[in-house]
Design a protein around this ligand. Structure first.
Ligand code: 5GP
Length: 215
């Protein structure tokens, strides 16, 4: 596992130094907030396969279900992989501030519903987002405490093979996704951890360790 320069740079720091302003008063109940974990990486690298496998193996890790304007792929179920919405519905959610982050990717919009994520973090539950680079950057700004994990393909050739072999996208969409992938791969060192997707099993094991140690 390659580690980024950001490693260990953002350990949780105890809040405040010196005597608290309310010294002598009963201690306030400590909020049991958990830290958010974000899994990102180029389209086709296998993030959603890892997320699906994590859902199966570790139901205690809650994974956010995004909203998207993309059409469902064969086998995708509304409310499971995504909440599939119209462009107007998506825009309304943005206007209402209902999304924690959102981005346009290869011609479609994707976003994370804010309320369920905030509720889980406040309850101290392990919480994971599977989102693109633009979304990961927004989360880092909004929640600097979040742990950002980047999933890398074993090689560029393997990523091309996975994206073209999926058979669910047109040549034009694949081209757009490959162009985005180049940009996303160049951003790996903005992340706290990098995992190479040589095996879904291994990546899942590493993710369980990371999410639980981050919690
Ligand atoms: P796909 O169409 O292949 O399911 O997803 C395309 C890209 O959008 C992937 O990189 C995926 O991780 C990302 N994505 C999925 N949900 C979200 C989201 O809620 N926010 C953002 N920013 N990206 C997302």
């Amino acid at each position: 596992m390659a580690n980024s320069p950001g490693d260990n740079a953002r350990q949780t720091v105890a809040a405040g130094g010196g005597a608290p302003a309310n010294a002598g008063a009963p201690a306030p109940r400590r909020a049991r907030h958990s830290r958010l974990t974000v899994l990102s990486g180029p389209s086709g690298v296998g993030k959603s396969t890892v997320a699906a496998e994590l859902r199966r193996r570790s139901p205690d890790i809650w994974i956010s279900v995004s909203v998207t304007t993309r059409r469902p792929r064969p086998g995708e179920v509304n409310g499971r992989e995504y909440h599939f919405v119209t462009g107007a519905e998506f825009d309304r959610m943005v206007a209402d501030g209902a999304l924690l982050e959102w981005a346009e990717f290869a011609g479609n919009k994707y976003g994370t519903p804010r309320e369920p994520v905030e509720r889980r973090i406040e309850a101290g539950l392990p919480t994971l987002l599977e989102i693109d680079l633009a979304g990961a950057r927004q989360v880092k700004l909004a929640m600097p405490d979040a742990l950002l994990v980047f999933l890398e393909p074993p090689s560029w050739e393997e990523l091309v093979r996975r994206l073209t072999g999926r058979g669910t996208e047109s040549a034009e969409v694949i081209e757009r996704r490959l162009a985005a992938a180049k940009e996303e791969l160049a951003a790996a060192d903005e992340f706290d951890r990098t995992l190479v997707n040589t095996s879904v099993d291994e990546v899942c094991r590493q993710m369980v360790t990371l999410v639980n140690s981050n919690h």
